[in-house]
Each structure stands twice: as C-alpha cells, then as structure tokens.
Write a protein that binds this ligand. Structure first.
Ligand SMILES: Cc1ncc(COP(=O)(O)O)c(C=O)c1O
Length: 385
C-alpha cells in the first residue's frame, strides 16, 4: 500500500534513541531540554515546551490562556477534532468559522463576523501544511483584544514570508505524530515568546507543580507544591532524542515533500477544472503535510467513488476532514446541523488527500495520477452510456 503519509527514520534516528535508552534518563530529562532549546531556535521563538502529543499541547494552550466556561474560541470548521476538543476540555465553547474556498484555511472575514463579547481567542489551523493569513488574523486579534493560537500540527518547518511557523502567534502548537512532517512517534510542542506563558505551560504539563524532579534534585529538596490542577502531559527523553535527530533532517524532509508536490502539480495540469490542487499562497513556504485535491462536480466521478477505486488499487488516499461540528458528538451535544459553514461542507464532499512523503518517487506520483486519469475516463464513459 502506498500510504498517504509516513515517517522517515534514518540510522542516526535509531542511534539517537539507543543512546537515550542507555542514558540515566528515560522520562523528561536532558534530551527534552535540548530538544526544546533547538526547537525554539529553529522557530525563532524564545520558549518551547514539549508535550506528549499535539492534543495535550492544544489543551495546555487553552488552559494557560485562561479559557473557561462560556469563553468562546473561534476554530475552523475543517480541522482534526482535537483542535475544537481542546476548547471543550476547558469548558469553553468552540465557535466554528468557515474556510477560504481556495486554500481551506480560516477565512478572516468570517472570523471577524463571529466575534462577540465572549470571544477570547482564535485557533488558526495551518491546514495541510500551509500557514494561515497571520497578518489578517493578527490585525483582527489586536483590534478585538484576542489571543491567537496557531494549530501548526501540519506545518512544522513552514514559513509565512521570512517568519517560521512557531513565531507567528501568541502560542503555537505542534504534533510529531508519525504522519507529520517530522516525528517523535507521539509528541507535541508549544512555542511562545512569553516567559510567563511558558512557565504556566511547564507547570500544566507536570500536574500543576512548578518544580520538576530535576529542579528538586538540584536544589537538594524533596518538597514540592501543587498550586493548580494540571496533568501528566510530559514527553520522555526517548521521544525527545528522536525529535532532536529528526529536527536536523526537517529541512530535507520539507524539500523532499515539496518536490513530490511539484510533480503532482505539473502532472495534474491537464486535469484542471476536474481535479484541482489547493491554491498555494506565494508568500508562504508550505510544509506539505498533505497533498489535497478537489474532485470537481463535472469530472464524471464522485470523490467517494474515486476514493474506493484508489484504495482498491493499494493507493492510500484519505479524506481530511469532515467539518468538526458534523461529528455525532457535536451534533448530539450541541445540536449542530448542516448549513453552518457552507464552504467547508462543499469542500468536504470534494477533497481527497493523495500520498505524499519524503522518498516518494516521480514514478509513484505518475502511477497515482495515471490511475486518476483512467478512473475519470471510465466515469465519463459510464455517464455517456
Ligand atoms: C490539525 C491537528 N490538530 C491537532 C492534532 C493532534 O495531534 P496529536 O495526534 O499529536 O495529538 C492533529 C493530529 O492529527 C491535527 O492534525
């Protein structure tokens, strides 16, 4: 099966994990600290705080911003459920904004129309690896006194102009799940330039206790105080050792994904109007977590039909995502119905994520595209019959 994405693990990665395994620390120790320092540098942020996954990172971001009952947080309709769930974990209210029809990124105009007295923050999701319009979103946030959280779980290594993702929002949350642009197996990170927020994040990931085990050892004390309710959201040194090693390869991974995206874009030109890749904004460097195309209505075949045909041919396509509010939990708990975000709903019926990962060859891209061409030709023939 050609997967829609997969990790790239080098000998150096294996050696890094083995070295960590042979060290004195397995849980949060010097490798986590080193990973955080390198990650902060690479994202031009002063602070980076590691978490056990991206969902925990998002939850922590909501907690340290003080999101609580009745606070509204604007999130895009098209994202993984974890983005909106993080708001619910704090008792807040996720308010779903529609997306731009060309990029499927948060639509700043719709965001502004949704702002009420209860709005506290905006979570911008860099869907598929392309950074959101942080200029427009920052203007809105400044005018209304809101915080911006970037859900950059797709976009580690991407840039908006000269600025790396990680430096564009008050808090930026990353995921290092294996399908993502770099991996720690499971893992996450929050970057910020605010020292107080960083201290609060560290406390939140450690049960609400400010001093961690290493700090207590260094201070020759056994005492600790839990001053707030927190969680065990720590990353281990094994995962961090892998993260440090992967971070060194991130730019190569990004270039390799970008090459694959370029092959697809060239190869799909003759199918323009039938199979359309998402629009790329010139000022951005994309991390290419996903290569998403839209199967247009006139192409003689539906997205679901094409999905089934490609899967049957061992081509691991996927669909990212059903608008969050259409999941049964959201419908059941909050009474959401179709019609809330029409652009997202129309897009969901048309989108397909094609395989993309470092090491994917031009021949493999050609195989995927040839298969799509054949399916469309068959579809037209069936329609005509
Ligand atoms: C947009 C988005 N946000 C959050 C997450 C959650 O990350 P994790 O799986 O590391 O918890 C994901 C993971 O797929 C994601 O795609």
């Amino acid at each position: 099966m050609l997967p829609y994405s997969r990790q790239t693990i080098s000998n150096a990665d294996v050696e890094a994990i083995v070295a960590a395994l042979r060290s004195d620390w397995l849980t949060t120790g010097p490798a986590v600290e080193a990973f955080e320092n390198e990650f902060a540098k690479s994202t031009q942020s002063t602070e980076a705080v590691a978490f056990c996954n991206g969902t925990a990172a998002l939850h922590a971001a909501m907690a340290v911003l003080g999101i609580g009952p009745d606070d509204e947080v604007i999130v895009p309709a098209i994202t993984f459920v974890a983005t909106a769930n993080a708001v619910l974990y704090q008792g807040g209210v996720p308010v779903f904004a529609d997306v731009d029809a060309q990029t499927l990124l948060l639509d700043p105009d719709h965001v502004e129309r949704l702002i009420t007295k209860q709005t506290r923050a905006i979570i911008a999701v860099d869907y598929a690896g392309q950074p959101c319009d942080y200029q427009a979103l920052s203007d809105i946030a400044r005018r209304h006194g809101l915080a911006i959280v970037a859900d950059a779980c797709h976009s580690v290594g991407a840039r908006f102009g000269e600025s790396p993702v990680g430096s564009l929002a008050d808090l930026t949350c990353f995921s290092f799940h294996p399908v993502k642009p770099m991996t720690t197996a499971e893992g996450g990170m929050v970057t910020t330039r605010d020292r107080d927020l960083a201290a609060a994040l560290r406390k939140f990931r450690n049960h609400g206790i400010a001093k961690d085990f290493r700090q207590r050892e260094a201070a020759l004390t056994y005492e600790y105080d839990m001053s707030e309710l927190g969680f065990n959201y720590r990353l281990s040194d094994l995962h961090a050792a892998l993260g440090l090693s992967q971070l060194k390869q991130l730019d190569d991974f990004r270039k390799a994904r970008s090459l694959v995206a370029g092959w697809y874009r060239d190869r799909l030109v003759p199918l323009k109007g039938l199979i359309d890749p998402l629009e790329q904004r010139e000022e951005c460097v994309n991390a290419w977590h996903l290569f998403v195309v839209r199967i247009r209505h006139g192409c003689g075949i539906t997205r679901d039909h094409l999905f089934r045909e490609l899967r049957a041919a061992d081509i691991g396509v996927n669909v990212h995502y059903l608008p969050v509010y259409l999941h049964s939990y959201y419908r059941g708990q909050f009474g959401y119905r179709r019609g809330l975000c029409p652009v997202a709903e129309k897009a969901h019926a048309e989108i397909l994520s094609l395989p993309i990962f470092p090491g994917m060859t031009e021949d493999e891209v050609d195989r995927v595209c040839s298969f799509i061409e054949r399916s469309i030709a068959m579809g037209f023939r069936t329609c005509a019959a």
